[in-house]
Write a protein that binds this ligand. Structure first.
Ligand code: PMP
Length: 355
């Protein structure tokens, strides 16, 4: 099919699978990508001029975010979604012949970014109870320059033990990335962020956050990394010159300044999450404890996840994510917490489909 000769790693690449590339147009209820159901949390008064390039380092945003966390502007890098940062990290820190390590199941782009940059993704499977196999991590780290951890983890919804993170930081000479895409939901549960370690001087740690989840800004593509200034300065050298556009910088700032709205929405989503979890448990599902805006459910054996997935699309135009990992983790759905009406629709379908 390819007319051009391709590098092997690109020819054999398994791309990131997003339902959003298939299901287009209006009328869909998206509970598949862990976005916020709350649109337009913040608006801007005036359309910023677009004839000039944006500030290459988005300093107004960096200063606002730095002030909130009690770090310096030089501890921060703004990116075009955290997806850009994932790719930038692989390009910037992984030497030829060295690998990228990560856990599975976790966010799929760590592997895609590693492989599209010609690096081997050395994965360590979580244990059956979704806890981390520390010994196996250290084995995988032997050839690695970069480790991706995700806390809270997508799709398992729990957080990483901070003491384990401390041991990894101490025992690994490469860069440890903690992806806190769902960090604001963990903040609300009183779980400390890994940003604390950056503040206390960890030199081989970068913490990623995003505007795509709690801040309800997935459409503007804005993420950021918090790390030691030496790490940030490497990334500033390798990034594209104007990676965060003018409109994104303006809307991002407006969203950031409406932190109170974000926090209120997080409270509402957490209450809804717990309501759905309770109902699903009553209906016989295994619900994994979540500190995020999504739930991982294992359906009772009498109802196949595929059947429910198809039924939700056919009858309600409602899209969720289906997961079939190893046998111990089969028949699963991951649902993003939606508005109360959307959640009711999901729950009604579940009780209708169960015998
Ligand atoms: N990390 C995790 C754990 C995610 O779940 C996602 C989005 N699904 C991302 C990163 C990507 O976020 P962004 O929209 O900032 O690129």
């Amino acid at each position: 099919m390819n007319v051009l000769p391709l590098p092997m790693n690109v020819a054999s690449l398994r791309p990131y699978a997003s339902a959003r590339s298939i299901r287009k147009g209006d009328g869909w209820i998206f509970m598949d990508a862990n976005e916020s159901p709350f649109a337009n949390n913040a608006t801007i008064d005036a359309w910023p001029p677009v004839n000039r390039y944006p500030d290459p380092t988005a300093d107004v945003l960096r200063d606002s975010i730095a002030a909130f966390y009690g770090v310096k502007r030089g501890n921060l890098l703004m990116t075009n979604g955290s997806d850009e940062l994932i790719d930038l990290l692989v390009r910037s820190f992984v030497r030829p012949g060295r690998t990228v390590a990560g856990l599975v199941p976790s966010y799929g782009m760590y592997r895609v970014s590693a492989e599209s940059n010609g690096k081997i993704f050395s994965s360590v499977q979580l244990k059956n109870d979704f806890s981390v196999d520390e010994k196996a991590i250290f084995v995988a780290l032997e050839g690695a320059d970069l480790l991706f951890l995700c806390s809270p983890n997508n799709p398992t919804a729990g957080t990483l033990d901070p003491l384990l993170l401390k041991r990894i930081l101490g025992g690994f000479s490469g860069l440890v990335v903690v992806d806190e895409a769902y960090g604001e939901f963990a903040d609300a549960a009183g779980i400390p962020s890994a940003i604390g370690y950056v503040k206390r001087g960890a030199e081989n740690l970068l913490v990623m956050r995003t505007f795509s989840k709690a801040f309800a800004g997935a459409g503007i593509r804005l993420g950021y990394g918090v790390a030691d200034p030496a790490v940030i300065s490497v990334l500033l050298r390798t990034k594209a010159p104007y990676n965060v556009n003018v409109l994104t910088q303006a809307v991002g700032l407006a969203l950031w300044r409406k932190r109170d709205v974000m926090e209120e929405n997080v409270r509402l989503l957490i209450a809804e999450r717990e309501r759905i979890a309770g109902e699903c448990r009553k209906l016989g599902c295994t619900v994994f404890p979540s500190v995020t805006n999504f739930l991982l459910l294992r359906l009772p054996a009498v109802l196949s996840a595929r059947k429910m997935y198809d039924d939700l699309i056919e009858k309600n135009r409602l899209v969720v994510r289906r997961f079939d990992f190893i046998p111990a983790w089969n028949n699963m759905l991951r649902i993003s917490v939606g508005s109360p009406e959307q959640n009711d629709l999901f729950l009604a379908s579940l009780s209708r489909l169960l015998p």
